[in-house]
Design a protein around this ligand. Structure first.
Ligand code: FMN
Length: 388
């Protein structure tokens, strides 16, 4: 009988569509027959295996973080916009951020940007998405666009084919983040290239009814393989992954790559206020110190999220007061007053349940290189029956 460890290594080397691994960056890498390149590495030739991206965290993942991640041989993402009205200030802002990426990476005006841009698609103005976002995407040529949080099944129906058409010259890839198999099926049938399977451990907003990546990733992988066997659709795991252990596990579950949000909140290049980084680093035991709820949105005045979503944040003073029975209006008033008085103790800190494993601030490149190397070491070790 073969051991499960043997099965894992067989699975990894079979499921990943392999070509020989060739490191594109000067980082010290491990060489072994299990070094692979997945479909994501083929689509994004600047990336090395394992494929890691930072989440396009609005306000946190700007040009500095996104370009640092891409520079380190992974796939950077920046937050784009969520208001698509023609006069929305977010549109020129993300355009300027993409220009900043171009400058940081010293690319020419007509080069494809080796990075993606994420959009939240819950706002009613999403009907104007292609009109306002389309021209910027066409001019800036990001390698990928990431969509998340549609208010209903039809929101992406025109957007995905529209994006793919306008980006056909450089093979723009569309990522859609989902929290269940039905939404993954919907995204795939609308033409998504990559399904980001977001598990319930994720920081920030997510499907209110969710499951962990241990079940979500294999079920989505299976659905894609059986129902869309004529297409190459990548599966990316998100939620609770902060290091090589999580990456190796996600690959074993059938993911082609991973996305990390919480780990990058404390990256040097993230636009996270210092006190928030400190809170993330000192918070331990994410199972009991974070909560998935709608109350934090209600308190901070972002309660416009559709019912299908809630958000995971660190439980702080405001949450304690909510549990103790303080009325919402009072909580909102305290939030406003103390924020304007610059009292950070009431800050709402969105973070995932893996926050307890985030122990240090580092440059994004270091986070990525050490997580990638650790994942490869684990995969090799498992195939030899070694203990973690
Ligand atoms: C602070 C924070 C902000 C986020 N903002 C966004 C966002 O603007 N758009 C988006 O699609 N996802 C956002 N997410 C969710 C991520 O896309 C991703 O699912 C999540 O970070 C993965 O889980 P992890 O935090 O455990 O790594 C955010 C996550 C965090 C922690």
């Amino acid at each position: 009988m073969t051991s499960w460890r043997h099965d894992v290594s067989l699975y990894i080397s079979t499921v990943s569509r392999l070509t020989l691994y060739s490191p594109l960056y000067s980082e010290k890498t491990l060489q072994s027959p299990t070094m692979t390149r997945t479909i994501l590495n083929e689509w994004f030739p600047n990336t090395t295996y394992p494929f890691i991206s930072n989440a396009p965290m609005q306000g946190t993942a700007t040009s500095k973080l996104g370009s640092a991640v891409s520079k380190a041989g992974r796939s950077g993402f920046i937050g784009g916009a969520y208001n698509f009205l023609p006069e929305s200030p977010e549109i020129p802002a993300f355009d300027a951020e993409l220009t900043a990426v171009r400058n940081l990476l010293q690319l020419r005006e007509d080069d494809v940007l080796p990075l993606g841009v994420g959009f939240l698609t819950l706002h009613p103005s999403v009907s104007g998405f292609l009109d306002v976002v389309g021209p910027v995407v066409k001019r800036q040529k990001p390698a990928a666009v990431w969509l998340f949080a549609p208010d209903g099944p039809l929101a992406h129906e025109r957007i995905i084919p529209g994006l793919k058409e306008l980006g056909s010259a450089w093979k723009l890839r569309v990522f859609v983040q989902v929290g269940n198999v039905a939404a993954a099926r919907e995204a795939a049938s609308q033409g998504a290239d990559a399904i980001v399977a977001q598990g319930a451990d994720a920081g920030g907003h997510a499907w209110a009814h969710g499951a962990g990546i241990v079940t979500l990733v294999p079920e989505i992988r299976q659905m894609v393989q059986t129902e869309f066997s004529d297409r190459e659709i990548a599966v990316v795991a998100a939620g609770g992954i902060v290091d090589g252990r999580g990456i190796a596990a996600a690959l074993a579950l059938g993911a082609d790559g991973v996305t990390m949000g919480t780990r990058f909140i404390v990256a040097d290049e993230a636009m996270t206020p210092d006190d928030m980084k400190d809170t993330v680093i000192k918070t331990k035991d994410g199972a009991s110190s974070t909560i998935k709820h709608t109350i934090h949105d209600d308190i901070q005045g972002t309660g416009f999220w559709p019912k299908a979503y809630d958000g995971r944040a660190i439980m702080g003073k405001a949450y304690e007061e909510y549990v103790a029975g303080t009325p919402l209006d009072e909580l909102k008033a305290r939030h406003q007053t103390l924020l304007s008085a610059k009292d950070n103790s009431r800050r709402i800190v969105w973070a995932g349940s893996a926050v307890g494993l985030v122990n240090s601030r580092k440059p994004a490149g270091e986070i990525i290189v050490s997580a990638g190397n650790e994942a490869r070491q684990i995969i090799e070790g498992l195939s030899k029956g070694l203990k973690l």
